[in-house]
Design a binder for this molecule. Structure first.
Ligand SMILES: [Zn+2]
Ligand SMILES: [Zn+2]
Length: 817
């Protein structure tokens, strides 16, 4: 009989929902386990393969943990604000609220059909006022502590999305991570969160969490800590000083020119009349370039001299001052000391503009390149000569400090988090601008500042909220005069930086989250989601968590103790994309094979953290496995009503076939347990497939052994094929649902043993030892054991071995002379 998934799947979904079996009692904290997937971005109405691959396997892991006796909390919600809904509104006229609500409704239904064990009472959506009210509240706490501030700064602007982007949202090629448009630079007054105050802890905390090394490295690189020195260069004929940050103060004798960021305030002061026009023309030419373009290693270097000289403090030499776009006002001090001998970018620049190059570190003899970045003895460096890089750094920093030419300094690449967005579909920033009082925070009791429904979306770069007069014009809370609301909304990464706390009690209205539950249930034990979030969401959430700890709202240092990234599913080796027309639509396959087969196949395809390649044939194979498994349970329907198996059996009392089945099922439990516990679903499922082949011997086994085996098989099916597992458990004659009364079977260690045989070891025809070894051991294995025996060595040492004869499972004969 074909497995009737279209009856069985809805049947169990209904049962789970009606019995509320997935509602977690959060007051019970024994064996608690918070298992979380990154919540869903409801920009479309359908779950795609990527969603399935994130949610299905993680849910299987959570189910496995539930069977093992954990009190598992697995919530699901919606990261519901964001650009796609707003862009869709501009295109179609459908309001973001309406389209988002419809999408959420559709997605919820799909998630239920997937069979996830989500606690639907814990569902949340970030676009609900009762959620974003607390976004605003957290913003106000940051503001109170001086960690939210407004400043005019050059920012990344996406001309297509008509909004600013955080540095984290601009890709390495200078394009918008959302739409691929080349990002331009614009000066705007924006809100920033001072993530840089937490920079050292964001670094050191990485050592305490169980995250993929690759992800930790990405965060470390993004934070970009470098230890070096700030060196002061005086300017010839001026009292101005140029401060530069360098990680290589040891190369100071090789500085042959100084570069200022073109926007540096000193440029105007120091440029001589002769160079004024050239400098202005240059400033004009680089205006629209982004930081990423400016610092690109492939871009040709440009710059102009300003007609002034600096003095190298190490040797008193005059060196020219240039401006060049590769120097950024936002990095270090906005000034660079150029050491072409030890820096590739400087080498390229010096070569192009004919500036002197002095090597101050001696490259190895066979060195063929240009700038030499490696270690070696210092040369042309006076009192540093002969020292290696580390020692030279130490010595020069001491010298600089003694002579008031500089100090030791640490620098970071990480910038403050820019959160203003000139868009509608987000959390309004709870600030009122008053001409008399300045930036006035909205009173906490007046939260939420509700997002108005009525606005003009096509706003050409201005915030759409400006189009709603009623929203914008308000009284100043401080002086009562006319004020205007902040019209920008928050980056949606703010919404996702604390949602895991809100899940624990999403209707809680006394505070942002239920603190008692948060203390007991966070950090999240297992967090699963895409690696693309490494330097955005995963960094922001760590920052906000630490801030919440500092204002005494959480009692832990990190939000997610273990993190895992799922891999990607490709189609014929290619990334799935609408433009390539190779997208696998889950609905096509779930309607043909059922949700369990689809989930199973995704998990079987390859190692979870690497992903796999889709094949229509492959899913048919998984379907056969499900059919054959189901057949066994139908054949042995109600066997538990006839036979009550024991917990363990004495192996010697079993027939050969029973023994073989008994061993196989115990070996499978052990293997499956180890594999699935480590998210190795593919090998866990493979072990079930192997088991299935062994079940052909069931027909020669007693009812008790059949029942013993199939009970265990059903339990192992449950996590990876939830509906099928429940159904099979039921078919055996169990009245309860596995999820209601979780069961996990212990392995019988005796069942793991291979059969053994006694092998007689003879030397020159005399029996010298008997060894117990696994049945069917090969000669190599037996030989090792033989020659590890003292009794044997006694008779073979100092003798010549003439011959060794091995008879499998019987005898090992040695002839010595
Ligand atoms: Zn864009
Ligand atoms: Zn005022």
């Amino acid at each position: 009989m074909r497995y009737p998934f279209s009856e069985i799947e809805p049947k169990w979904q209904k049962y789970w929902e009606e019995t509320k079996v997935f509602k977690t009692d959060l007051n019970k904290t024994d064996n608690k386990l918070y298992c979380l997937v990154m919540f869903i971005y409801p920009s479309g109405a359908k779950l795609h393969c990527g969603h399935w691959y994130n949610y299905g396997p993680t849910d299987s892991w959570a189910r496995y943990k539930k069977l093992k006796g954990y009190n598992v909390f697995e919530p699901m919600g919606y990261d519901a604000f964001g650009l796609p809904a707003e862009n869709y509104a501009i295109k179609t006229g459908i309001h973001p609220y309406d389209s988002t609500m419809q999408n959420i409704k559709d997605i919820r239904e799909q998630l239920k059909k997937m069979g996830g064990m989500y606690d639907w009472d814990a569902e949340l959506m970030t676009c609900a006022p009762e959620y974003y009210k607390w976004n605003q509240w957290i913003f106000l706490q940051l503001f109170k502590k001086g960690l939210a501030y407004r400043k005019n700064a050059p920012v990344n602007w996406c001309p297509k999305d008509q909004t600013v982007l955080a540095n984290e949202q601009v890709l390495a090629d200078g394009t918008c991570e959302r739409c691929g448009t080349t990002v331009v630079q614009k000066n705007l007054t924006q809100w920033f969160l001072k993530i840089t105050d937490y920079v050292e802890e964001l670094l050191s905390g990485l050592d305490k969490i169980n995250w993929p090394e690759k992800t930790k490295l990405m965060q470390r690189n993004w934070i970009g800590k470098s230890v070096g020195a700030e060196i002061v260069f005086s300017v010839e004929g001026s009292d101005e000083k140029i401060k530069v940050f360098t990680t290589r103060p040891d190369t100071v004798f090789g500085v042959t020119y100084v570069v200022l960021a073109p926007e540096h305030p000193l440029v105007d002061k120091l440029t001589n009349t002769e160079n004024k026009n050239k400098v202005e023309a240059y400033l004009d030419s680089i205006k629209s370039l982004t930081e990423i373009e400016r610092t690109s290693t492939v871009k040709e270097k440009t710059g102009v001299p300003i007609g002034a000289n600096a003095i190298n403090p190490a040797n008193g030499k005059e060196i020219p001052i240039w401006i060049a776009d590769y120097a950024l006002l936002t990095y270090g001090t906005g000034c660079v000391m150029a050491v072409p001998g030890q820096d590739e970018r400087d080498w390229e620049f010096a070569t192009k503009f004919n500036l002197p190059i002095i090597r101050t570190v001696e490259p190895p003899k066979d060195f063929q390149g240009e700038a030499y970045l490696g270690d070696g003895p210092a040369i042309s460096s006076d009192f540093l000569n002969g020292l290696n890089v580390v020692d030279a750094k130490k010595k020069i920093i001491g010298w600089l400090e003694e002579n008031n030419h500089g100090t030791k300094k640490i620098n970071y690449r990480l910038r403050d988090w820019l959160i203003s967005r000139q868009r509608y579909w987000g959390t309004p920033i709870p600030i009122i601008h008053c001409p008399r009082c300045g930036e006035v925070p909205v009173d906490e009791k007046d939260l939420p500042v509700e997002l108005p429904y009525k606005v003009e979306f096509k706003s050409e770069g201005a915030s759409p909220l400006l189009s709603n007069e009623e929203f914008i014009n308000v009284k100043c809370p401080k002086c009562g005069g006319e004020g205007k609301r902040e019209a920008d909304t928050m980056d949606t990464f703010m919404d996702s930086s604390w949602y895991y706390l809100r899940y624990l009690d999403p209707k809680f209205d006394a505070a942002a989250f239920n603190q008692k539950l948060a203390d007991e249930w966070t950090p999240v034990d297992m967090y699963v989601g895409g690696a693309e979030h490494a330097t955005m969401h995963l960094l922001y959430a760590r920052f906000i968590h630490k801030f919440l700890r500092d204002i005494k709202l959480v009692n832990s240092d990190e939000p997610f103790s273990t993190l895992l990234h799922q891999g990607t599913i490709t189609n014929n080796g290619a990334k799935m994309s609408k433009s390539k027309g190779n997208v696998v639509n889950p609905d096509d396959f779930t309607s043909e094979f059922g949700a369990d087969v689809f989930r199973l196949y995704l998990m079987f395809m390859g190692p979870y953290e690497l992903g796999g390649d889709w094949s229509d044939k492959g899913i048919a194979g998984t379907d056969r496995f499900v059919q054959r498994s189901y057949d066994f349970f139908v054949r042995y329907k109600d066997i538990l009503k006839k036979a009550s198996p024991k917990e363990t059996y004495d192996i010697d009392s079993l027939s050969n076939e029973e023994k073989s089945v008994y061993k196989k099922i115990n070996q499978t439990i052990k293997k499956y347990d180890e594999e699935i516990n480590n998210f190795r679903f593919n090998t866990a499922i493979a072990s079930l497939m192997e088991l299935l082949n062994e079940l052909k011997y069931l027909k020669n086994c007693s009812d008790e052994i059949c029942a013993y085996t199939l009970k265990r098989f059903a339990v192992m099916l449950e996590p990876v094929a939830p509906h099928l597992g429940e159904e099979c458990w039921n078919l055996l004659g169990n009245e309860n649902s596995l999820m209601e009364q979780p069961v996990w079977f212990k392995v019988d260690p005796k069942g793991l043993l291979e059969d053994s045989v006694n092998i007689a070891v003879q030397i020159n025809g005399k029996l010298r030892a008997t060894l117990e070894l696994p049945m069917n051991s090969e000669q190599e294995t037996v030989k090792k054991s033989v020659f590890a025996e003292d009794k044997i060595l006694k008779h073979t040492q100092d003798k010549q071995i003439v011959k060794e004869i091995f008879v499998k499972n019987k005898i090992y004969n040695i002839v010595v002379k």
